[in-house]
Write a protein that binds this ligand. Structure first.
Ligand SMILES: Nc1ncnc2c1ncn2[C@@H]1O[C@H](COP(=O)(O)OP(=O)(O)OP(=O)(O)O)[C@@H](O)[C@H]1O
Ligand SMILES: [Mg+2]
Length: 534
């Protein structure tokens, strides 16, 4: 049988009663030892030196009603019993020095006596398991001036023990998971397990998260959802600052990330804060982190480790506190091996790494994803789109078969559902729409590098075999067109004008050349290199 031990503070007012008729008053500390159905073996009585007489009186009274209860005195001094720091430290020290033996004893912490501040401190220290105990709350009897012991209530702070509360936590967790998965009822066990881990880490950790996986697997979207979930849970107040590292290579990269002072370099007419400062108290999302240049990697490491860094041209360091999430479709370990990525930086961001699988690795999720795309299309266009039964069967059979590569993953699903919805007569996707789409998909997946020898030779010449092998077919196809347009153009601006002919019309400022330069930089290419190869 384990011993029941109460830890409680003496209540200078309530435990006092009146000299002659103190037994007619309800005294919380005494009342604890008056319950025959809840015997107390030991009482650790905490009090300040100035209440020594009262402590002796209470101890004597406990002895008279419950001789089996051993009362130990503990003096605990506060300068001010209403000062949180003071009281917390006092109680913390007591807990730290006390020899808890949870194998043989059962502990309860009495929270009815003492100032409100000390009650809060006892609650916090019990919740944090510094007191490995349950809470004990006592209440006076209904009839005043009676010598009945009143009632008591034991509160176990281990919430998982309460069915109803546990149920609510489960519901909340399901809601959060649903949010991370964009409301898609995914079936793949491994994927669902990974999402559960991500949900847990999002809520319980502020350490960096690294999302890897093939293009279109949903890394960027998931990173945003992680931020939003953290924000909903009030774990993060600041903004989400997104940076695609592929777009910030070259001279301006350092100042874009870390800021610059006024006059730091020619053209720096005003100072700039930089994205790391913008992310202060929020989250920095470094997408395509593998594209960061060596100088930026070095400064970033310092910013992560020490939360401080030097802006360009500054002699005093800047501080910024941010959560970090990184995304990449590169194999960073390989990048380290090749000397393109700092090993120590990888070690810092590689704490919670999740590799999002491509769609071909989770074919059981294709159907729910198609349903999701249909519902999104209906929502965005206000037009109901459905499959005919036969057409649905036919399309799913293909989509889930080994013949479907889904090489750009969700981008492929998204594009193909859009096309079918557009082609669907009065919102019905028919057999013939499906047949045409399967043909289109097959064609798009069958244009791997070997398909167009002439163009591939050019890419091979510019990039080299090894680099080509590291680039997705999806990107190769796009790059091939871009390089061809560059060959046919006399300047970067002209090539940009042709390539962005449609989207440039919607832009306030025209920056075709800059857009093209950044795109090429993603593959370590520039205008001169391409023109030299033509
Ligand atoms: N779970 C999902 N279900 C459906 N669509 C998704 C899902 N995740 C992402 N998408 C959509 O797929 C497209 C690609 O997603 P995202 O940009 O997040 O991919 P990525 O892994 O970051 O790709 P990349 O490596 O090329 O940057 C986006 O249009 C996105 O809205
Ligand atoms: Mg991305």
């Amino acid at each position: 049988m384990s011993k029941r031990i109460v830890i409680g503070q003496l209540g200078p007012t309530l435990d006092k009663g009146y000299k002659r008729n103190r037994w007619e008053n309800w005294r919380p500390t005494i009342s604890i030892c008056q319950h025959e159905d809840h015997l107390i073996d030991q009482f650790e009585l905490l009090f300040q030196k100035k209440f020594q007489d009262l402590a002796d009186q209470v101890t004597e009274d406990i002895k008279s009603i419950s001789p089996e209860t051993k009362v130990n005195h503990h003096r605990i001094e506060y300068r001010d019993a209403w000062d949180f720091q003071d009281v917390f430290s006092g109680l913390y020290d007591f807990a730290d020095n006390y020899n808890f033996d949870t194998d043989n004893n059962e502990y309860v912490v009495h929270i009815t006596t003492g100032t409100h501040v000390s009650q809060i401190c006892l609650f916090l220290l019990t919740e944090s398991r510094h007191f490995p105990a349950k809470l004990l709350q006592t209440s006076p009897p209904r009839r005043k001036r009676s010598n009945e012991p009143g009632s008591f209530n034991i509160i176990d702070l281990d919430l998982s023990k309460y069915d109803h509360i546990a149920q609510r936590f489960l519901l909340e967790q399901t809601r959060d998971l649903d949010f991370l998965k964009s409301g898609i009822a995914t079936r793949n066990t491994l994927f669902n397990r990974m999402m559960e881990q991500i949900e847990h880490i999002t809520i319980h950790s502020n350490d960096p998260i690294l999302l890897t996986g093939p293009t279109g697997a949903g890394k960027s979207q998931l990173a945003k959802r992680i931020y939003e979930l953290k924000n909903q849970k009030r774990q993060i107040q600041g903004p989400l600052v997104e940076v695609n590292c592929a777009t910030i290579r070259g001279d301006t990269a350092m100042s874009t990330l870390f800021g610059h002072t006024r006059g730091a370099f020619t053209g720096a007419a005003t100072a700039r804060k930089g994205l790391l400062v913008e992310a202060n108290n929020g989250m920095l999302f470094l997408d395509e982190v593998g594209e960061l240049g060596p100088d930026e990697q070095t400064m970033l490491l310092r910013a992560i480790e020490e939360k401080r860094f030097l802006a360009v041209g500054a002699d005093k360091e800047t501080q910024s506190e941010f959560s970090l999430i990184c995304g990449t479709n590169r194999d960073l370990l390989n990048e380290v091996k090749e000397g393109r990525f700092r090993e120590d930086l990888l070690a810092r961001i590689n704490l919670w790494t999740f590799k999002l699988p491509g769609l071909a690795e989770r074919r059981d999720d294709i159907e729910p994803n198609i349903e999701y795309e249909l519902s999104q299309l209906t929502r965005n266009t206000g037009r109901q789109v459905h499959f005919n039964n036969e057409a649905r069967r036919h399309f799913l059979e293909f989509a889930m078969s080994e013949d479907a590569f889904w090489s750009a993953n969700f981008r492929d699903v998204n594009a193909c559902m859009r096309r079918m919805a557009t082609m669907a007569p009065s919102g019905r996707i028919t057999q013939s729409v499906v047949k045409d789409e399967i043909e289109r998909l097959n064609q798009s997946w069958q244009t791997p590098i070997t398909c167009n020898e002439k163009d591939n030779n050019i890419l091979l010449k510019i990039l080299g075999t090894q680099r080509i092998e590291e680039i997705d077919i999806f990107d190769i196809a796009q790059l091939r067109t871009v390089v061809n347009v560059c060959f046919e153009s006399s300047s970067l601006s002209e090539a940009g004008r042709k390539l962005f002919a449609a989207s440039r019309k919607q832009r306030k400022t025209i920056n075709d050349a800059d857009r093209l330069r950044k795109y090429l930089a993603k593959f370590d290419l520039d205008w001169q290199t391409i023109k030299k190869s033509s």
